[in-house]
Ligand binder design. Structure first.
Ligand code: P1T
Length: 379
């Protein structure tokens, strides 16, 4: 099955009770048993829920995996991956990544004896330098949030396999429409389903997809034992979102290109970060592992002036100043004070997250209106 068909039908069956084409929202915590253990496959909704199961099957299908797991947030999904590790284990992570992921690693899991190395992965050799016998996991975010660096997933996979460590890829920015990490050799793909998979800024959810049965078993155990699952209503909404992922992504990419090119030629703009530019340092890797370049763009205004950047985001009218991304509506953010405020200034500035950086999640409105909005805000 091709991707567009999988987005709509992947892993889906009509509901066995009445043939409902969309899975019902099984808003129940528990299931009747005729005798202890005598049930129809469902005992308790932390462990399994039919609406969540339908979503998990769809997630596995669109990522070309065998097992999908849905969680109460993207961070809950990452938390589950980290619980595969033991004290003393080490992780090599992308140095430019979502601030909340950095906070989870350094403020929660370091306390439990896990050591993190944050490295620039544009050149994958930097990963191998940090590998030692305690290394258990390579954590990759690509494209990175918010600097739009691109990491070569196949090259990371070769390193991971050589040293027998797991490779996990946060595929939130690209989505499986643009990039399929499992097919490039990753062991685990992770999503903040809050973003493009949900697509309408009305749900917070996370997801993992894997191919390996034993790894899936360990993650299902953690999902149930730690309990950070999502509810049936949210499962329904994300499943509905996935059905239009491919058409939304096409428009996100088209509008992203139009906005990136407009900004690049704007006299008030110093630099635009978008992997579709041929002079982006990882453009060739992006071209080879992504179908298109997405709708996420970061830029710095001329003079690198904090106040100017703030005044631009305040003046936007079609773009909403807000955290998050990946919805149908365009959003603008100021990473240094919003999504990446949990990373110390000195650390974030090393990767380019300066006080004047603005991040755009380009939505699927008319590109001309988006450009006019940016024009008036930058004027
Ligand atoms: O917000 P949550 O669903 O828990 O997902 C966390 C997360 C993980 N990975 C990436 C790449 C992300 O962008 C996020 C969440 N990011 C934002 C809220 C943001 O505005 O960048």
């Amino acid at each position: 099955m091709k991707f567009n068909t999988k987005a709509i039908h992947g892993g889906q069956k009509h509901d066995p009770a009445y043939g409902a084409v969309m899975p019902p929202i099984y808003q129940t915590s528990t299931y009747a048993q005729s005798t202890p253990g005598g049930h129809k496959g469902y005992e308790y909704s932390r462990t399994h829920n039919p609406t969540r199961a339908a979503l998990e099957a769809a997630l596995a299908s669109i990522e070309d995996g065998n097992h999908g797991l849905a969680f109460g947030s993207g961070l809950a999904a990452i938390d589950a991956v980290m619980k595969l590790l033991n004290p003393g284990d080490e992780v090599i992570s992308t140095n430019d990544l979502y601030g909340g992921t950095y906070r989870l690693f350094t403020k929660i899991f370091e306390k439990f004896g896990i050591k993190f190395h944050f490295v620039g992965m544009s050149d994958v050799e930097a990963i191998e330098e940090k590998i030692n016998r305690n290394t258990k996991l390579i954590w990759v975010e690509t494209p990175t949030n918010p600097m739009m660096n691109v990491v070569d997933i196949a090259a990371c996979s070769a390193i991971a396999k050589k040293h027998e460590v797991l490779l996990a890829v946060d595929n939130t920015f690209a989505t499986p429409y643009l990039q399929q990490p499992l097919s490039l050799g990753a062991d685990i793909v992770m999503h903040s389903a809050t973003k493009y998979l949900g697509g309408h800024s009305d749900v917070v959810m996370g997801a993992l997809v894997v191919r390996d049965n034993a790894l899936a078993e360990r993650l299902y155990f953690i999902q149930n034992a730690s309990g950070a699952v999502c509810g049936p209503q949210d499962s329904f909404l994300v499943l509905r979102g996935i059905k239009t992922l491919h058409v939304r992504m096409q428009r996100h990419c088209e509008n992203g290109r139009a906005v990136a090119e407009y900004l690049k030629n704007h006299p008030q703009v110093e630099k635009v970060y978008w992997p579709g530019f041929s002079d982006h340092p990882n453009h060739e890797v992006a071209r080879s592992q992504m179908r298109d370049f997405g709708g996420m763009i970061s830029f710095v205004t001329k003079g690198n002036d904090f106040q100017k950047a703030i005044s631009v985001v305040e003046k936007l009218k079609v773009f909403t100043l807000a955290e998050s991304l990946g919805g149908v509506e365009s959003l603008a953010g100021h990473p240094a004070s919003m999504t990446h405020a949990s990373i110390p200034k000195q650390e974030r500035e090393k990767t380019g997250v300066v006080d004047s950086l603005i991040r755009l999640s380009v939505g699927i409105e008319d590109a001309e209106d988006l450009i006019q909005d940016l024009a008036q805000a930058l004027a």
